[in-house]
Design a protein around this ligand. Structure first.
Ligand code: PNS
Length: 164
């Protein structure tokens, strides 16, 4: 059984994340999307809301489940019987941060391997942070997030500029 954990903040899930999950379903029997419980980041959506949104977006995808976790990722992975971490890399600028995390996780548990995956080219500039910023300022993010996320953004954030 090939089990991977795809960890992140997912505040909120973007089409880039969803693309990585979809690609992962071709490689793994089980993919655990793991939402970090880290209120320190002042998220827009609560962990429960993020999990609910992910659930709605992965409907019908085989072998994908959604969990939240606190503490060390490697400890959570042991609880999930997983030894592969999946992370999406968009540009070279992501690499340094990802390299540090992957090597730290390896230091903590040498049995854990990190696999970097590339999203579809059209999502290489998409991040949750930019999606929120653009949406807040009245920009159109309909092509960048799944429909349930767009709905929730509309419900959560007031329109600043433009017609959206
Ligand atoms: O989407 P993000 O915010 O870039 O995801 C970061 C995440 C959740 C993968 C990372 O912060 C994490 O794994 N946190 C858990 C704490 C941990 O294990 N830290 C030590 C290894 S870097």
């Amino acid at each position: 059984m090939r089990v991977a954990v795809y960890p992140g903040s997912f505040d909120p899930l973007t089409n880039g994340h969803l693309d990585i999950i979809r690609r992962g379903t071709h490689l793994f029997d089980r993919i655990v999307v793991a939402v970090l419980e880290n209120e320190g980041k002042s998220p827009l959506f609560s962990v429960a809301e993020r999990m609910e949104l992910i659930h709605r977006c992965i409907a019908g995808m085989p072998g994908v489940e959604v969990h939240s976790f606190t503490g060390l990722l490697v400890d959570f992975m042991m609880r999930m019987n997983a030894n592969v971490v999946v992370r999406g890399i968009r540009a070279v600028s992501d690499y340094e941060y990802e390299l540090q995390m992957a090597l730290m996780n390896r230091e903590l548990n040498p049995g854990v391997e990190t696999i970097f995956m590339l999203p579809a080219v059209e999502f290489t500039y998409v991040s949750s942070r930019l999606v929120k910023e653009v949406f807040r300022l009245g920009g159109d993010v309909a092509r960048l997030v799944p429909p349930p996320v767009l709905e929730s953004l509309r419900a959560r954030l007031p329109v600043a500029v433009g017609s959206r």
